[in-house]
Ligand binder design. Structure first.
Ligand code: HEC
Length: 198
């Protein structure tokens, strides 16, 4: 399930619009997700998935090249830096007015996957965050810690530590998505007159 939701998120993120926060402003959550979290996490998961041993319960250090370690460090630093902004900024905006978030086009429409997914608007996500800023910041700090582990693993080329973090990162992401976004999978496409809306 972890793999499937990750792949779906990746495909959807590739289609997502990038936020255009100005340099002097705190980037929106949406821009952070589509521009940093998703692409960097994909790098991490990609490197890990190439280095699994036969039974998939550890990584083979010889399958992680120096270039990979460098990339792990860079991705870890980028995630850590952005997660730290989400954890400390006095006010974080989910998305600007013209920045659609994944699934928001389906708000108010009945999905075809039953209760598994409830589409929410950026405003609804914003309200959840405003109602529990400390909770949101705590979830962002969990990601800061995980990303810090990636940086440390890259410095010492520690394949066991890299495995531990790469294999648990999906849960760290979802740990924030579940309470504040309400999902970790995109919405089923709404049906309009029996036709799928593209
Ligand atoms: C501290 C909270 C938090 C953490 C941690 C977090 N996210 Fe998110 N993420 C959100 C929120 C809130 C949304 C919903 C708003 C949105 O879609 O932009 C979201 C949405 C997304 C989306 C959909 C973006 C879109 O197009 O609408 C992707 C992709 C994503 N996150 C990837 C990740 C990945 C990968 C990680 C872990 C490396 C991660 N997120 C960690 C809060 C978080």
């Amino acid at each position: 399930m972890v793999r499937a939701s990750t792949a779906v998120l990746a495909a959807a993120a590739a289609l997502a619009l990038y936020g255009c926060a100005r340099k002097d402003e705190t980037p929106t959550i949406n821009a952070s997700m589509t521009g940093v979290m998703e692409p960097k996490a994909e790098k991490i998961w990609g490197i890990a998935s190439h280095a699994y041993n036969d039974i998939g319960d550890a990584l083979l250090p010889e399958k992680i090249s120096d270039a990979d370690w460098k990339e792990i460090g860079e991705a870890g630093r980028a995630i850590k830096e952005r997660a730290a902004i989400l954890a400390t900024a006095p006010h974080v905006v989910v998305a600007t007015a013209n920045e659609p978030i994944m699934g928001s086009q389906a708000v108010g429409q009945k999905g075809n996957l039953g209760k598994a997914w409830e589409a929410v608007s950026a405003q609804a996500v914003q309200a959840r965050i405003e109602a529990d800023r400390p909770g949101f910041q705590a979830k962002a700090r969990v990601l800061v810690e995980a990303a810090d582990g990636l940086v440390r693993a890259s410095q010492t080329k520690d394949a066991a530590l890299f495995y531990k973090i790469a294999s648990g990162m999906d849960e760290v992401c979802d740990g924030c998505h579940e309470p504040f976004w309400g999902t970790d999978v995109p919405p089923p496409l709404p049906l309009a007159g029996g036709q799928r809306v593209q």
